[in-house]
Ligand binder design. Structure first.
Ligand code: HAM
Length: 418
């Protein structure tokens, strides 16, 4: 038994799984980049107050935060999510708006670990600050949905809601509070206490008592003020226009408190119900102000990398690539020939690898097969003396001899062929 293991709720990402991560991040980065979002890298920890300010009343902030005192006596917290850090950075540096950022970063939540629920998970996200325009909501949601499509997910549903704003929400909350007060004895233990303070959280509660008690609760989308209703309508028709299917989810509240207007979640029916959200997001038009900045609307999302890949597994999509090198160098003259040829091939953009430790021909060819290489380039004493390389096609077994001076070009051309 090994002495050390990764801490509970964390996991190592090793090959070949890591190759899927790499591809997923690259696909997302490409998509975000093409839509004008630029990479933002912010610290893994922030002043605890940054997170307290955005969700004092949520489980994520109240119960699950990794907070600590550093050696200088500062109260810090590992980030539980990606939005507050980007908004904090925006307020600090005041870049021009629209400010469109993407990130791929770990988040930390002290949750009960289980399949699809980790204490360190990783999110692909965007945050767009400045415009209030519903067309931006559509762009952001299409980006999230498109990323699911990029990895071949078919069983993803977009759930859509509007949480209104400061004009319409307070009156709705009073209505909801009154509704809940009449049923307070039917609520779960936690919400019997807290329904008054944050009635929306009750709608988010998954415990059967709360679900049953709130089945007929008033819906915020029926109480939106005129501007919020118009915004919501524009989001819906915009999603139709770009072909992003969605379902209205009037109970969708989400686990963080900063949301206003558009909120959405992407659920995969291929995953267990408890952890079926592959991503979620929404508008947070008051968050910049809450962190001390000028009034600036914002919207974004986070997609859980682990959840996306679990959903892909469940759908048999996005397999890890078996091939780790296109070309394998088999040098039975000692290894120096492979060193020189690898250097040359890589300079030509060819993905090649080689064996070390003077292995036998058989062992080196076995390694080539394990890497699923397309070609083996074999250099024995005879080839070296004649200035040749034997190029073996590992799929067909055919081979030919190519002059050492032109082999890089030859391989480059061969790999271009399907
Ligand atoms: P969130 O819904 O808390 O939103 O997290 C986003 C996604 O991260 C979830 O849908 C899920 O896929 C994944 N996730 C969350 N917690 C865990 C966990 N413990 N283990 C594995 N995966 C997890 C946010 O974090 C917001 N910052 C999203 C956002 C961005 N809203 C506006 N901008």
């Amino acid at each position: 038994m090994n002495e050390f293991r990764a801490p509970p709720g964390t996991h190592d990402v090793l090959p070949p799984e890591s190759a899927r991560w790499q591809r997923l991040v690259a696909l997302f980065a490409g998509r975000a980049d093409r839509a004008g979002y630029q990479l933002v890298v912010s610290p893994m920890f922030e002043d605890l107050a940054v997170f307290q300010r955005v969700g004092e009343d949520t489980d994520v902030v109240r119960k699950e935060m990794y907070d600590f005192l550093d050696k200088g006596g500062r109260r810090l917290a590992l980030r539980p999510e990606g939005t507050a850090p980007v908004v904090r950075a925006f307020v600090q540096h005041r870049p021009l708006t629209p400010f469109k950022a993407w990130y791929a970063a770990p988040s930390f939540r002290y949750e009960r670990p289980q399949a699809g629920r980790y204490r360190q998970h990783h999110q692909l996200g965007v945050e767009a600050l400045g415009p209030e325009d519903a067309e931006l909501d559509v762009e952001v949601m299409a980006l999230a949905y498109g990323t699911c499509g990029d990895i071949g997910l078919n069983a993803v549903t977009v759930l859509l809601n509007s949480l209104g704003d400061d004009t319409c929400r307070p009156a709705y909350l009073d209505t909801l509070r009154a509704f809940l007060e009449e049923r307070v004895d039917d609520l779960c233990d936690e919400h019997r206490e807290r329904a008054k303070a944050n009635p929306l959280r009750v709608l988010d509660c998954k415990r059967p008592a709360c679900v049953a008690a709130t089945a007929d609760a008033p819906r915020l989308i029926d109480h939106l003020c005129e501007p919020c209703a118009a915004h919501f309508e524009q989001v819906r028709s915009g999603l139709d226009a770009v072909g992003v299917p969605f379902q209205l989810a009037p109970r969708l509240v989400r686990g963080l408190d900063y949301y206003t207007r558009t909120t959405f979640e992407m659920q995969s029916s291929a995953l267990d119900a408890a952890q079926n959200a592959v991503g979620g997001g929404g508008r947070y038009d008051k968050l910049v102000e809450a962190l001390g900045g000028p009034p600036t609307p914002g919207i974004g999302f986070g997609l859980g990398i682990e959840r996306l890949l679990l959903a892909a597994d469940a759908e048999g999509a996005f397999p890890a690539p078996a091939r780790t090198a296109d070309v394998w160098l088999v040098d039975v003259t000692g290894g120096r020939e492979a060193t020189a040829l690898a250097y040359e091939l890589r300079a030509h953009g060819v993905a090649c690898d080689r064996s070390f430790d003077r292995r036998s021909l058989k062992s080196q060819l076995k390694a080539a097969n394990r890497a699923c290489a397309r070609l083996a380039l074999i250099i024995g004493e005879r080839e070296r003396a004649a200035g040749l390389v034997t190029v073996r096609d590992l799929d067909t077994g055919e081979q030919e001899e190519v002059g050492r001076g032109v082999v890089a070009k030859h391989v480059q051309e061969r790999l271009m062929r399907p």
